[in-house]
Design a protein around this ligand. Structure first.
Ligand SMILES: Nc1ncnc2c1ncn2[C@@H]1O[C@H](COP(=O)(O)OP(=O)(O)OP(=O)(O)O)[C@@H](O)[C@H]1O
Ligand SMILES: O=P(O)(O)OC[C@H]1O[C@](O)(CO)[C@@H](O)[C@@H]1O
Ligand SMILES: [Mg+2]
Length: 472
């Protein structure tokens, strides 16, 4: 195998038959002669029964699992898990955990399992919670975290540490890490947070500090690339069913009833798409990736008219980022941003409700009853469900194993159902989006029987722009 360092950030390892490992940085890449220690897990009775508990140094996971007989082996990521040797003595570990960005089911579970993993698996006893996101590093007091303190936090929604947008000041954050003597930093957050984590890792490396930086990707939007799915997504989709059920009951119970549900998803329509596929009561799903129009032949109004005539009621699910171009045209408003620089969206649910009502009221076309349900924050402020709880536990443990083994500048994530370490660069280079020329969107169209609202010419253009997304 040949090792290729394309830059200080990318660590590529070439192998035979087109094998490529997109490796993660290691503390020993920039600090020579680091001592190693036997992994304390080898004496842990809980794990002693497992044959080959430690992950082999050469274990990697392929990004693509569908291959042809002569395909190159392609991109691989380092398999996550405990290593035979660790780079920190248990007593020397001084870890911290921070949560940033919007809420997501499972945040507290990840916090709990990092703390318990560090204490119970590695015998460490110094873990700090950073209060209120990135700015908490330099303008707030820290919170001491012990297994007792975090014992039942996984049953609560939100984050016990608090969170925020904006306030990322790399120099001040790394000064604070250095001043406090922190040597493992666990950063839980979405795409913006992972960009911030990459900047912190780079500054730590520039200063030559023995500090491991591990990212744990969180977002209900599922807009983080490479990974199979982000934690909290399943819980959010499940909770969205309650809103869709309510919309369906309301619509079904009156003549020409329309139930309209707006779901989160700023740039990616995964929640709307999966909630629609799961429910089977939805007649039309609108997402940011699939443009649509209202008036005229093949437009949304024509479809509503048709469905009401066929069924007497209908349910529409709209992602909050859908149709923003139409909304901006119609309201002629200016763009606003939140503290992190994310575009602040107009309420497309309210707008489209008004447009639909106005359309059918015009010339007394049809008497409709429209109920608009906006469960926005309800789907993300809840505790994680059972499957997300298990997922969060594995992610947290993988992050702890990785940092203890001296890896840094990585995000943990599931790739083809295996826990892996992915370099920050790959995680932050683009956003994961629904690819509307993929099979999944076709499945949705065939389940709702809605039109694609797009001409073949537009589909071709979209095809050129979009590459296949991460499979869920
Ligand atoms: N390019 C960047 N460089 C450094 N820090 C960033 C960058 N983008 C965002 N951040 C910081 O990351 C934190 C979270 O970012 P953001 O508000 O975009 O949420 P997020 O992590 O993307 O989560 P979500 O969008 O899912 O709620 C903020 O404190 C923000 O200042
Ligand atoms: O209102 P807030 O907290 O800024 O967050 C809203 C955004 O956060 C997300 O939930 C992602 O975390 C998006 O779906 C949504 O657009
Ligand atoms: Mg984001």
């Amino acid at each position: 195998m040949g090792v290729l360092y394309a830059s200080t950030e990318m660590k590529l390892v070439n192998g035979e038959a087109g094998y490529l490992l997109e490796d993660v940085p290691h503390l020993s890449d920039y600090i020579p002669h680091l001592p190693t220690y036997p992994n304390p897990l080898q004496d842990n009775p809980a794990y002693s029964v497992v044959r080959q508990y430690f992950v082999h140094f050469d274990d990697t996971v392929p990004q693509k699992i569908v291959v042809h007989k002569d395909s190159p082996r392609g991109v691989h990521f380092r398999r996550a898990g405990p290593r035979q040797k660790v780079y920190f003595k248990s007593d020397d570990v001084h870890a911290c955990i921070v949560t940033c960005g919007g809420l997501c089911p499972g945040l507290n579970t990840v916090i709990r399992e990092i703390v318990c993993g560090l204490y119970h698996m590695y015998g460490t006893s110094k873990v700090l919670g950073i209060d209120g996101g990135y700015r908490g590093f330099y303008c707030k007091n820290t919170i001491s975290l012990t297994p007792k303190i975090v014992n039942d936090i996984h049953k609560r929604g939100g984050t016990i540490l608090g969170t925020s947008r904006g306030g990322h000041d790399t120099t001040k954050i790394v000064d604070s890490i250095e001043d406090r003597g922190i040597n493992q930093v666990y950063i839980i957050g979405g795409d913006g947070t992972q960009k911030g984590a990459a900047a912190i890792y780079q500054e730590i490396r520039n200063r030559g500090l023995k500090v491991a930086v591990a990212g744990i990707p969180k977002t209900i939007d599922n807009d983080i690339p490479v990974i199979d799915k982000s934690f909290g997504f399943d819980t959010a989709v499940e909770e969205a069913q309650r809103a869709i059920n309510a919309a369906h009951a309301e619509a079904e119970s009156v003549e020409n009833g329309i139930g309209l549900v707006k779901l989160m998803g700023r740039y990616s329509g995964f929640i709307a798409m999966y909630a629609t596929l799961a429910s089977r009561d939805v007649d039309c799903c609108l997402i940011p990736e699939s443009p649509f129009y209202l008036e005229g032949k093949g437009g949304l109004f024509e479809f509503i008219d048709k469905r009401l005539k066929e069924n007497g009621h209908m349910v529409i699910v709209i992602a909050e980022g859908a149709g923003q171009d139409l909304l901006n045209e119609s309201l002629q408003s200016i763009d606003e941003q939140d503290a992190s620089g994310n575009k602040l969206l107009k309420d497309v649910g309210l707008w489209i409700s008004q447009m639909i009502k106005a359309h059918f009221a015009k010339e007394n076309k049809l008497s409709i009853t429209l109920k608009y349900i906006d469960p926005t924050y309800m789907i993300r402020a809840i505790p994680s469900n059972a499957s997300d709880n298990v997922y969060c536990t594995l992610l947290a443990q993988s992050a702890v194993h990785g940092a203890m083994a001296g890896y840094t500048g990585f995000t943990v994530g599931l790739v083809n159902t295996r826990q892996t370490y992915i370099p920050f660069n790959r995680i932050i280079e683009k956003q994961n989006k629904v690819v509307i020329t993929d099979r999944m969107w076709a499945r949705l169209l065939s389940s709702t029987n809605q039109p694609s609202f797009m001409s073949p010419k537009v589909i071709n253009e979209v095809d050129k722009e979009q590459k296949p997304s991460t499979q869920l």
